[in-house]
Design a protein around this ligand. Structure first.
Ligand SMILES: Cc1ncc(COP(=O)(O)O)c(C=O)c1O
Length: 412
């Protein structure tokens, strides 16, 4: 599609009108929300389904034989089907968790405890969010396995040769982000998963910053695990997804034990339910799952591909604007990025930048973005990060630029 057609086919004003939170003023200025990578705002459809569910349809799931429980169970399982369809998985391969962090911990612990041995190797990248670094570091410590880090040039596309140079017959896990939450680097996920297969290692894609900008087809990617958080996909907090290859899920022990994940319990022995329920111990995040299903309906109304193409244009616009400001340094000069753009300023610390521009109504994130190893490696302690959703606009970035000029005036 021609670049201008992307804008023509995308009615941003209509979208903005669907997000009540975006209509407010902060510090007496209309809100510019450029913190979607941390958490996205929610469309009215999602807010309404939460309200409606608690008002009229709420009950616990799976256990009840009454009207409301059956209705809640059907809606909860329907949400699972929607997620499965969204990423081209089978519904049995979709586990509801509390978020991406919980999804990754589940795999690292459950798969890792069973399958890792001393001197085995886990490959991950320098750009991991702590959520996809600390669980692996922790399990590696317990199992005496080794972590191998894929370092890469943030100014270039990720080169698959870096992973090739790290794999060995000891490689058991290769894990990486779909998109870096700091640099916006888009990883060649299919190629990396193929490499993992070639050495019989498992692959886990941290999809938190990819699922919201790209169509995802887990079968085509060939990953063993793909995970993300609902709140970064226009859904509520407290819900996450772990997609897992069914054969692997079948052979993994439970992560948490309790109600709903069992088959039969006796004093001497417990047998477990099949996946996905084996990994859903206790009362699940029922309304959150249903609302995530609604968020997916909302995305499908516009099409994730259309949303992603539009956002790509926004980030490119932001890049051009920011690089023209004297004293602004973009972290990750590769223009081929998705969703986020990070920068530092010569004149001010990122916390000061974020605080000052907040008074102009512009919400961004400042700090290490839960990616301390990445920032340390490049001798940075923090950056300012602007990130987009389907409701973001070119004008948002014009406002960002104006507010940065204010920062420069204050610190000149
Ligand atoms: C790339 C990436 N991975 C994992 C996470 C963790 O997500 P959550 O805190 O929702 O579990 C985040 C959140 O910022 C992220 O951006």
């Amino acid at each position: 599609m021609n670049m201008n057609d992307i804008d023509k086919n995308f009615d941003t004003q209509k979208i903005i009108n669907e997000f009540p939170a975006l209509k407010q003023k902060v510090w007496d200025k209309s809100l510019v929300y450029l913190d979607s990578a941390a958490s996205m705002q929610k469309p009215k459809d999602v807010i309404d389904v939460i309200n409606n569910n608690y008002s009229k349809e709420y009950s616990n799931v799976h256990r009840g034989l009454h009207f409301l429980s059956e209705k809640a169970t059907e809606s909860y399982e329907e949400a699972r089907r929607k997620v499965a369809k969204f990423i081209n998985a089978d519904e049995k391969e979709i586990i509801f968790t509390s978020g991406a962090t919980a999804s990754i911990n589940l795999v690292a612990y459950s798969w890792g405890m069973e399958n890792l041995s001393p001197n085995d190797e886990i490959i991950l990248t320098i750009a991991e969010h702590h959520a996809n670094f600390v669980p692996w570091q922790y399990i590696a410590g317990i199992k005496k396995a080794n972590i191998k880090v894929a370092y890469f040039d943030p100014d270039k596309d990720f080169d698959i040769k870096i992973i090739k140079s790290l794999i060995s017959d000891k490689t058991k896990v290769i894990t990486f982000p779909h998109v870096s939450n700091v640099l916006g680097t888009i990883f060649p996920i299919k190629e990396i998963c193929n490499l993992a297969k070639s050495v019989n290692a498992i692959s886990l894609v941290d999809g938190c910053q990819g699922i919201n900008h790209f169509p995802v087809d887990v079968k085509n990617i060939g990953c063993d695990f793909y995970c993300f958080s609902g709140h970064k996909l226009y859904g509520p907090t407290g819900i996450g997804i772990l997609y897992g290859n069914y054969k692997l899920l079948e052979n993994m022990p439970p992560f948490l034990c309790g109600g709903d994940m069992i088959d039969v319990v006796s004093i001497d022995k417990t047998t477990f339910a099949d996946p996905p329920l084996k990994f859903e111990a206790g009362t699940p995040p029922i309304v959150q799952a249903i609302a995530l299903g609604k968020a997916i309906d909302w995305i499908n109304k516009y099409g994730i591909e259309n949303i992603g193409n539009y956002e790509q244009k926004l980030i490119s616009y932001a890049y051009d604007k920011l690089q023209k400001i004297d004293g602004v340094n973009i972290f990750g000069k590769n223009k081929n990025k998705a969703g986020v753009i990070s920068f530092t300023m010569d004149c001010a610390h990122s916390h000061d930048i974020a605080t000052i521009i907040d008074r102009e109504g512009v919400a961004v994130r400042a700090g290490h973005h839960c990616a301390q190893p990445l920032l340390d490696h490049f001798n940075l302690s923090s950056t300012t990060r602007a990130s987009v959703g389907a409701y973001s606009t070119y004008e948002d970035f014009d406002r960002l630029v104006l507010s940065l000029e204010k920062v420069k005036k204050i610190f000149k």
